[in-house]
Design a protein around this ligand. Structure first.
Ligand SMILES: Cc1cc2nc3c(=O)[nH]c(=O)nc-3n(C[C@H](O)[C@H](O)[C@H](O)COP(=O)(O)O)c2cc1C
Length: 329
């Protein structure tokens, strides 16, 4: 029988199907269900510095009228951050007790100092690895791309200096020179890169003529962009890659592994099908491997990565009149 063992987060995992960071992985009961279903690892819901800051601002504006003392404000800042951190470190401790698969803490910070404090505390609480959810929307036209990119390197350097557990990052595709950036990031000493995170996206309600939030869950065809970049980059990086966004089936997971990913991280399909769906994906991946005669993930991982096969389709972007033998004219 085929073995699903693979490597990511600097750790050996018993399945390449990982429960991605989302609200399900912020709940201990669901964490247990995901582990029981055979998830290779659980990435906990992110601890968001922005969320803590928003809570802080709300409390401060309520208190300001009553208590303008700046020392009191600092104290308040400390209390709120401490409370949020305590809740999160408790989640790590509970998860570590409840499941026997790696528990990965996830942190999303916007300032350099808090990254360090947060990361150390999560390591102390027992997290097996840390995923940095790094995102900066390059919409501020007064900042050049070098300044935006520096944010990523600063965050990684600071965290790596301060924790001993493996650190991976999860990024978006919003870079002006994406291939080179992925390669540079892979050389920083991190244990993996997850391509690509999914975010709230805007949509427009034409009836009410309002900007609204688009569907939170991904669509089955959304896997194509991460697939292209996993395929293009797998042989050009110094750390393993994980694929996320649009992995809804075992078939898509296999595609990602063939393109060169070590694992896939799934969220949307868990909301749609429930945690047990991971067991089905594992069974279907195994059955495909048995049919193909593969004993281990490494037997086929990266078999269709760009460099090995020179697969030009990864690089082809423009539609042509005659494409792949099919005519759409
Ligand atoms: C409801 C929801 C909440 C999420 N929360 C987080 C989060 O806290 N941190 C994070 O890094 N990613 C978060 N994500 C992104 C997922 O981890 C995942 O990378 C993304 O949804 C793409 O995978 P999918 O297509 O399987 O959903 C969230 C996604 C969803 C749908």
């Amino acid at each position: 029988m085929a073995s699903l063992t693979t490597q990511f987060f600097g750790i050996e995992l018993k399945s390449p199907v990982v429960a991605a960071s989302c609200s399900l992985t912020g709940n201990i009961e669901q964490i247990e269900n995901l582990a029981k279903a055979g998830a290779g690892a659980i990435v906990l819901k992110s601890l968001f510095e922005e969320e803590i800051d928003a809570q802080l601002q709300e409390e401060l504006s309520e208190r300001k009228a009553l208590e303008p003392d700046p020392e009191y404000m600092d104290y308040f800042d400390y209390i709120i951050k401490d409370e949020n951190l305590k809740n999160y470190t408790n989640l790590i401790k509970q998860a570590k007790q409840a499941v026997d698969v790696p528990v990965i803490a996830s942190v999303s910070c916007i300032s350099a100092s808090d990254w360090v404090v947060f990361s150390r505390k999560l390591e102390e609480a027992g997290a097996d690895a840390l995923e940095l959810n790094l995102f900066l929307l390059p919409a501020d036209i007064s900042r050049d791309s070098a300044a935006n990119e520096q944010f990523y390197f600063n965050a990684i350097t600071k965290v790596l200096e301060n924790v001993g557990i493996p650190v991976t990052i999860k990024i978006s595709h919003y870079f002006s020179n994406l291939g080179q950036m992925i390669q540079k990031l892979s050389k920083t000493g991190i244990a993996g890169i997850t391509l690509f995170n999914r975010f709230y996206a805007p949509d427009i309600d034409i009836l009410n003529e309002q900007v609204v939030t688009a569907d939170v869950l991904s669509q089955v065809s959304d896997y194509q962009m991460p697939l292209r970049w996993i395929g293009l980059m797998a042989d050009q990086v110094d750390c393993p890659l994980a694929a996320t966004t649009g992995v809804h089936t075992a078939e898509t997971a296999i595609k990602m592994l063939l393109a060169g990913a070590g694992v896939v991280q799934v969220a949307s399909v868990l909301y749609q099908e429930g945690p047990d769906y991971i067991a089905k994906m594992n069974e279907q991946i195994k059955s495909w491997m048995d049919k193909k005669g593969y004993d281990r993930i490494n037997d086929f991982k990266g078999k269709l990565a760009n460099k090995k096969k020179d697969v030009v389709i990864y690089e082809r972007a423009q539609f042509m009149k005659y494409f792949g033998g099919k005519s759409y004219s």
